[in-house]
Write a protein that binds this ligand. Structure first.
Ligand code: SF4
Ligand code: SF4
Ligand code: FES
Length: 323
């Protein structure tokens, strides 16, 4: 069966007039089990050798073939053409989002690797020691804590789908954060405190807006958002709370504990401090006008506060059991 595949093309080295991205349509003979990568290879072999894309293992192992297929980041070698066409009615292949395009489907991975090195992607010995302790016993539970983070194949699909990275290119982004947990969560790591302090800085783990896309589109089930939550929780547990993210979490918890819901005005003051909050007043007034924020001065408790209290009591009980 012939299938139409639309591919976003771009060649910065072509003539002045063709330096803008454009879409090109290809007709490919497709059969059961054929992947998007098979189709790209067929096009390059039989139709258009100028089409550029990355690939290596063809087995969802190397991470090099990640592209956007019908609007979302996927591994081309793991995505079958026929089910995709059945679901979306067409096959649209574009380069990964949130990455600068070098040519056709090839994107610049330098920012990705730079962010990986920012999280020191190897174990570090405890302060004052040159070598890793070799007598640390690792239990199955210790291994399970970092197991998923270890399965990352560095494909960049999560970063492509990340809403926080879209608005801040400096944001460390989910792939590097999943890698960060792989070491912070490792019982052998000697510099957990230092790592968490660094991750709590601007453009770090607190900039995640919890859209869940990284977890939804990761082809290896790494669940970066889960790892971000573990990092945040570890940082708060170690007293690294002098930052907007941790203050926001604390003020949110206090607000729910006090009135059973979010008191946005009070939370803004507690998170940003008095002076920076003043700059938020026009925004707060707009929210007020659109009915998006309850009046801060007449903020009453919700009904059923006793149930909220029970939840907090249970959390405290569980914390004590763990200690
Ligand atoms: S959950 Fe956070 S890290 Fe993951 S894609 Fe959304 S904003 Fe990015
Ligand atoms: S976390 Fe998943 S989506 Fe992100 S780089 Fe690793 S394997 Fe790819
Ligand atoms: S070619 Fe290696 S993951 Fe697709």
């Amino acid at each position: 069966m012939k299938i139409k595949i639309k591919i976003k093309r771009f060649n910065p080295n072509e003539g002045e007039e063709s330096r803008e991205p454009y879409f090109q349509l290809y007709n490919v003979e497709a059969g059961e089990g054929m992947t998007v990568l098979d189709a790209l290879l067929k096009i390059a072999d039989e139709d258009d050798p100028t089409l550029s894309f990355r690939r290596s293992c063809r087995s969802a192992i190397c991470g090099s073939c990640a592209v956007s297929i019908n609007g979302h980041a996927k591994l081309a070698c793991k995505t079958q053409i026929l089910p995709e066409r059945h679901k979306f009615g067409e096959i649209l292949v574009e380069p990964l989002a949130n990455h600068a395009v070098m040519k056709d489907l090839i994107v610049d991975f330098s920012p990705f690797w730079n962010k990986m090195s920012r999280v020191t992607p190897y174990l570090t010995p405890p302060p004052g020691r040159q070598e890793q302790a070799d007598d640390v016993k690792i239990t199955p539970a210790d291994e399970a804590a970092i197991d998923r983070a270890q399965t990352c194949i560095m494909c960049g699909a999560c970063n492509s789908e990340c809403n926080a990275l879209e608005i801040d290119p400096e944001y460390i982004a989910p792939a590097a954060l999943a890698k960060a947990w792989r070491f912070v969560g490792d019982v052998r790591e000697g510099e957990k405190q230092k790592r968490l302090e660094r991750l709590s800085m601007e453009h770090g783990m607190w900039d995640c807006v919890r859209c869940v896309h990284c977890t939804e589109y990761c082809p290896k089930d790494v669940r970066p958002l889960k790892e971000i939550e573990l990092l945040r929780s570890a940082a708060i547990g170690r007293g690294i709370t002098d930052n907007h993210g941790a203050k926001h979490v604390e003020s949110m918890t206090q607000s729910v504990k006090r009135v059973g819901r979010l008191d946005e005005a009070a939370m803004t003051f507690k998170t940003l401090g008095f002076l920076r909050s003043l700059g938020m007043i026009p925004f707060g007034l707009k929210m007020e006008l659109h009915g998006k924020m309850p009046m801060p001065l007449i903020f009453s408790q919700i009904e059923g506060m006793d149930e909220v209290k029970t939840i907090f009591d249970e959390i405290e009980e569980k914390k004590k059991e763990k200690e």
